[in-house]
Ligand binder design. Structure first.
Ligand code: 5RP
Length: 262
């Protein structure tokens, strides 16, 4: 990423930088997946290297595991960690209740397990992820490869009775092949446009044979850190009932993460 940062990258960086304040030495930290979470991993790596921060990281994907190791974060499995102090991850959408859509990067299965095994889940995002009603972003569901077309048909049938606006279901592709998750599964993207009742939908989707997990995160996220292109950062903590605003000076030549590719 040569040259100066785009406003969206500045927003993601600012959110990630602010979210590092949730992390203290000695903590076991869930590390999310995606371009925003990648900023966090790099920021934490810098703190490990320059400030002696001592953490154990539990990555939510093979991509994040690789990056965490590269920047010097000690990586352990969730089974080794057993329970985490905090998980920090991106999101595709969040609403006022901090209900999320995740899985744009195809990692929501591990992400949901890791976030649920954490005292606190913090989402880092730019303002574009904030929505009044979830559903403009296609809802991902992970399905096992065996009989995935049957699972797809069953999902399409159940959507008829759900409070949604769209009902198109697409198999996610990676070029000319189906996308394959870290668990060797596929992803169906549900183009729902508006999700009237996320809780009901989440329960019903997970009853379909072949569906492993859907990308709705309900009652899991505790706080959201929203970054802006000018360095402003808002933190809305739903469990603490707090809302604060800070600002980071991001210089155009502040190109710490020039090799960031995620
Ligand atoms: C991956 C995810 C990501 O957190 C989500 O897609 C947001 O990614 P980005 O920060 O790149 O916008 O759920 O499965």
């Amino acid at each position: 990423m040569p040259g100066s940062l785009s406003p969206i990258d500045k927003a993601k960086f600012a959110a990630a930088k602010r979210a590092t304040q949730f992390v203290e030495s000695g903590m076991r930290v869930g590390l999310g997946t995606g371009s925003t979470a990648a900023w966090l991993v790099r920021c934490l790596g810098e703190m490990v290297r320059d400030e002696g921060l001592q953490i154990k990281g539990v990555p939510t994907s093979s991509r994040t595991a690789k990056m965490a190791r590269e920047v010097g974060i000690e990586v352990i499995s969730l089974d080794e960690a057993k329970w985490l102090d905090v998980t920090i991850d991106g999101a595709d959408e969040f609403d006022a209740d901090l209900t999320l859509i995740k899985g744009g990067g195809g990692a929501h299965l591990q992400e949901k397990i890791v976030a649920t095994a954490s005292d606190k889940m913090v989402v880092i995002a730019d303002l574009s992820k904030k929505v009044e009603t979830l559903g403009a972003f296609p809802l991902p569901i992970e399905v096992i490869p065996f009989g995935w077309q049957t699972s797809k048909t069953l999902v399409e049938e159940l959507l008829i009775g759900m409070d949604v606006l769209g009902r198109e279901v697409n198999l996610r592709m990676d070029g000319d092949r189906p996308f394959v998750t870290d668990e060797g599964n596929h992803i169906l993207d549900l183009h729902l446009r508006r999700i009237g009742n996320p809780r009901q939908l989440s329960l019903v989707l997970n009853q379909v044979p072949g569906v492993v997990e859907n990308g709705l995160f309900i009652d899991i996220c505790d706080a959201v850190v929203i970054g802006h292109g000018d360095g402003k950062v808002e933190v809305f903590d739903i469990t603490e009932g707090t809302n604060d605003v800070t600002r980071f000076d991001i210089l155009d030549d502040d190109n710490l993460f020039s090799d960031l590719t995620d």
